[in-house]
Design a protein around this ligand. Structure first.
Ligand code: ZN
Ligand code: ZN
Length: 614
């Protein structure tokens, strides 16, 4: 029988699993000591500890945690033995009646009647009795006394059903020693502090409004500054790389997606069609045209390629766009900026001859390297994603052209060898239409994430009948490279929020400089500086008045503004400003001109650390 879902990933014989299971009992025991008359729900081990659900006689807060932990340690110290009892159905029901645990009784009845069990097991340690299938440690002495920590309280419906009683769940972390626990807790809190949803709200970067729709983020002014800066960076890198920008509609006639192959295969990932209905005179109607929101930019760019006759002299032709796309992600999968339904890709498609593929891939990789270097992102791995000729479903997953797969995979492998780039192989990870190179980052909190890909497409240009005239005067089909170093804007911003913990470098910060006056009488001086900085396109603003200076500094720090300028009597008299930078305790007083030129220089070079001599 399985009373609890084993989501811990540990096997039942595992020591950690037994410790966590036993700790759940000890927690319930301790809570019943300080909240007699409370009743119990479930208390399973989970992936990083355990929890127990209670209907409390008097509420608890996390201020009670030290007391509960103290009592748990006392129980552990006593070395209480865990006794197992296996009772017949009739005895089990009698026992459960004595326990006066209504939720457990209901569950036991269900196990015995619905699931046809002929008995149940119980565990007793000290005075505490619980219906449970185990396993447990032999005695509480085996539980590491400093390997656990209560984490938080949460509301949880009995058996996860909102029609049932709301219980109080106490979560705890648990490991086999203090060191593992401490490391885990530190990383957990760090990841929580860097969480893009939390920081996105606190820093007013984006908002998901249900009246707009799930997974359709609104970029607030601060988020739009970040978007514009990233787009500007992409524009500059692509301009230098010989790309041309285009602007194309967010939707297209449905037939286009039959040509591209998105329909019918990708229909689940697309919004349903918009149908233009024409009415007959008798009032009946028929669908005259159907449109779809685009899930990718490629078909539109293919049409840009096809817009004019192309010669081999035009190739490689690089078409770039910050292109908005819409994908109908399942409602349950939509979350923050990581899984959205409306997203903007830093997209480009490069049309070229087979002979040009190698050099162009090298240029694209160089552009990626330069782009990531701007953010100080150097910790990434490269994966060469190949098709899988052995895959039984291969005919549906991959374009059926083994010689083309072999040739194109060989080209990519050669590119990586020639550039001396270390990579891993990803068999079965290719796109439908060709192999790709995936860029996988190790995030600051240790997570591995595929941020971007470069794909070689030897198949789709033919579906669109794309042609160029070769040196031989005949028509040929180009290859296509799909690339998007900044992936989708949504994903990349989520990644950057976490990477910088919301403290963006000056060039990327929504507010680059905030002026804090010691008293309102200096506001005019501050406003003149703001005008001067804005003249240089520097995002400067005045902190709201009527607050004390320490309060203004605190608020500026909470907003993670990189540069706070303090203006008081001395600054006004001397024509200076006093700079306090985010993350630095010291302050430096300097002339306005010195500050302005250092700031301008730092912004122009997109430096991660402003170089300002005090
Ligand atoms: Zn148990
Ligand atoms: Zn594409």
């Amino acid at each position: 029988m399985s009373v609890f879902e084993h989501s811990s990933g540990e096997s039942e014989s595992d020591e950690l699993y037994r410790v966590r299971h036993s700790l759940a009992h000890v927690l319930a025991q301790a809570v019943l000591e300080i909240r007699p008359g409370s009743t119990l729900g479930f208390g399973p081990p989970i992936k990083d500890g355990f929890y127990y659900d209670f209907v409390l006689s008097t509420p608890l807060t996390d201020e009670d945690f030290p007391e509960i932990e103290k009592r748990m340690r006392q129980i552990i110290k006593k070395g209480q033995k865990f006794y197992r009892e296996d009772l017949s159905a009739a005895d089990a029901l009698k026992r459960i009646e004595e326990m006066k645990e209504p939720y457990k009784r209901g569950y036991a009845e269900e196990l015995l009647s619905k699931h046809g069990l002929n008995g149940l097991s119980f565990y007793r340690n000290g005075t505490f009795l619980d219906m449970c299938e185990g396993p447990h440690v032999e005695t509480t002495k085996e539980i590491p006394r400093d390997g656990f920590k209560l984490r938080n309280l949460a509301g949880a419906y009995w058996r996860g059903d909102s029609r049932n009683t709301m219980m109080t769940r106490i979560y705890a972390w648990a490991f086999l020693d203090k060191e593992t626990l401490d490391t885990y807790v530190t990383n957990f809190l760090e990841a929580q502090a860097r969480d893009h949803k939390k920081l996105g709200r606190e820093l007013s970067i984006f908002k998901i409004d249900n009246d707009i729709g799930k997974g359709l983020p609104l970029w607030l002014p601060n988020g739009t500054v970040i978007r514009d800066e990233l787009e500007q960076l992409a524009k500059e890198l692509e301009f230098k790389g010989g790309y041309q920008r285009v602007a194309t509609p967010h939707l297209a006639r449905q037939d286009l997606y039959y040509t591209s192959g998105h329909l019918p295969y990708y229909a689940d990932g697309m919004y349903p069609p918009m149908e233009l209905v024409e009415h007959n005179e008798d009032g009946t109607g028929y669908v005259k045209e159907s449109y779809r929101l685009r899930p990718m930019n490629c078909p539109h760019h293919h049409k840009v390629f096809a817009a004019e006759p192309r010669s081999y002299r035009d190739l490689p032709l690089r078409i770039a766009e910050y292109g908005q796309v819409y994908r109908f992600e399942e409602s349950g999968a939509v979350s923050g900026l990581l899984r959205v339904r409306g997203m903007c890709m830093n997209d480009a498609h490069i049309y070229l001859t087979e002979e040009q593929v190698k050099d162009e891939f090298k240029s694209v990789l160089a552009l990626y390297k330069e782009a990531y270097g701007v953010f100080g992102l150097t910790n990434y791995k490269i994966r060469l994603s190949r098709w899988d000729p052995e895959d039984p479903k291969g005919k549906e997953k991959y374009v059926d052209n083994p010689p083309a797969w072999a040739a194109s995979e060989k080209i990519l492998a050669e590119v990586l060898h020639e550039l001396d780039i270390a990579y891993v192989e990803g068999p079965g990870e290719a796109a439908f239409y060709g192999p790709k190179i995936d860029i996988q980052f190790v995030t600051v909190t240790g997570r591995e994430e595929t941020v971007s890909t470069i794909q070689l497409d030897f198949a789709v240009p033919a579906r669109f009948k794309l042609k160029y005239v070769g040196p031989d005067g005949r028509e040929h089909t180009p290859f296509c490279i799909h690339r998007a170093p900044f992936s989708t804007h949504e994903r990349f911003v989520a990644f950057l929020i976490e990477h910088f913990a919301g403290a963006f470098p000056t060039w990327l910060a929504p507010v680059q400089v905030q002026l804090l006056t010691v008293s309102e009488q200096y506001d005019d001086y501050a406003k003149a500086i703001i005008q001067r900085l804005r003249g240089k396109f520097i995002r400067a603003e005045l902190a709201s008045s009527n607050e004390t200076l320490p309060k203004k500094i605190r608020e500026g720090t909470v907003k993670k503004i990189p540069n706070l300028l303090i203006i008081g009597e001395r600054e006004v008299a001397d024509g200076t400003v006093t700079l306090r930078r985010y993350g630095h305790k010291d302050q430096n007083t300097m002339t306005i001109a010195a500050f302005e030129s250092a700031l301008e220089q730092g912004i122009r070079s997109r430096s991660l650390q402003l170089e300002i001599a005090g």
